[in-house]
Design a protein around this ligand. Structure first.
Ligand code: SF4
Length: 348
């Protein structure tokens, strides 16, 4: 498989980022880069971020699972595939990635010459953590004849050991393009892998990982919501467990769930994915009613704890200090680029 991907060419050079004021209009005190603890007042943060974006020639990319205040400051909001495409094509010198670590890594893999900032470096992912690179390499060694397809929710080191990267938007489409006579390994999400196997008709050997957010929904609460709102369509992300997917009327990636709320004639939706997406659903379909499904412990807080580590304050601060910036081992970056470029070429 190596070498089949279409190579992308980057001609961007990183210029020295200018010093800035980055303060809301009329605010007298100016923070300096040496004084990163000084924040603009909360009500002026969005305006201050806009100033800094211009000064830094920065673009803010945000995942649908980010806090609404961050989504409202973003230049582009999307799911993993859309964000990867945007990261690959942006002319900005600085990419601020409001998402989790593996997403910012992907942006850096695609843009080695640019500064990629993540507001909180601790914003990890349970799924990526469930697939350590050494154990994954061992898994791969035990299946030497397999094509290795990895969901984008994995570390750069795991991507570097993969033949093809996919997202939940394109996984079925990509797996269907693989040679019929080659067995396939799929990592790290077993729930997504099972769904891809069913939809594509291909047998997949699965890595046993899962997402803590999509595994917490209560089946009992879902059944109760369906009883109370029989007119509502149940829409689910394929990272959910099988017994929940069996109850869904529509299964799709985050962006496909968003589209579904716009195009379906249903007046209401019971949504089985991270609730950050509800912000865009409400914006695009203001007349529709949305119901969140609580977790099995009765708690209605299925927000991804990693995604929510990013805050508006940290977004401002990282633009202000130009840190923390993603750094990657060049050899791993180069190896990880191959299956990502292959994904972009195959899903074009
Ligand atoms: S929602 Fe799940 S897969 Fe997505 S970043 Fe959070 S832990 Fe990872």
């Amino acid at each position: 498989m190596h070498g089949q991907g279409q190579r992308l060419v980057f001609t961007q050079t990183l210029t020295q980022a200018p010093l800035h004021n980055g303060r809301p209009p009329g605010d007298a005190a100016e923070p300096s880069a040496a004084d990163p603890e000084v924040f603009p007042p909360r009500h002026g943060l969005a305006a201050a971020i806009e100033v800094l974006k211009k000064e830094r020639n920065a673009i803010v990319l945000a995942h649908y699972y980010q806090d609404t205040s961050i989504q409202d400051c973003a230049d582009f909001i999307g799911d993993s595939l859309e964000l990867s495409r945007k990261a690959a094509s942006t002319e900005a010198e600085v990419i601020v990635f409001c998402g989790v670590h593996f997403m910012a890594e992907t942006a850096k893999i695609l843009n080695p010459g640019k500064t990629v900032l993540l507001p909180d470096l601790e914003a990890g992912c349970s799924l990526a953590d469930a697939c350590p690179a050494d154990a994954f390499a061992d898994f791969r060694r035990r299946h030497p004849d397999h094509i290795v397809v990895s969901y984008i929710n994995c570390s750069a080191a795991v991507k570097a050991k993969s033949d093809l990267i996919c997202t939940s938007s394109n996984a079925v489409h990509l797996v269907q393009q693989l040679p019929a006579d080659r067995p396939i390994l799929f990592a790290p999400d077993q729930n997504l892998g099972r769904w891809v196997a069913r939809e594509s008709g291909r047998e997949l050997t699965l890595w046993p990982g899962s997402c803590i957010v999509h595994e917490t929904f209560s089946e009992q609460a879902l059944l109760q919501l369906r009883l109370e709102h029989p007119e509502a369509e149940v829409i689910a992300h394929p990272e959910c467990q099988q017994h929940l997917l069996d109850l869904a009327d529509f299964i799709g990636s985050t962006s496909k769930l968003l589209q579904r709320t716009e195009t379906s004639a249903a007046p209401s939706f019971i949504v089985l994915t991270e609730p950050g997406i509800l912000h865009q659903m409400r914006r695009r379909s203001p007349g529709k009613t949305l119901y969140e499904v609580p977790g099995a412990d009765g708690c209605s807080c299925n927000a991804c704890p990693y995604m929510r580590l990013n805050t508006l304050e940290k977004l401002w601060q990282c633009l202000h200090t130009m840190a923390p910036a993603l750094e990657l081992d060049e050899e791993i970056r180069r190896q990880a680029l191959v299956p990502i470029e292959r994904m972009l070429a195959m899903s074009a």
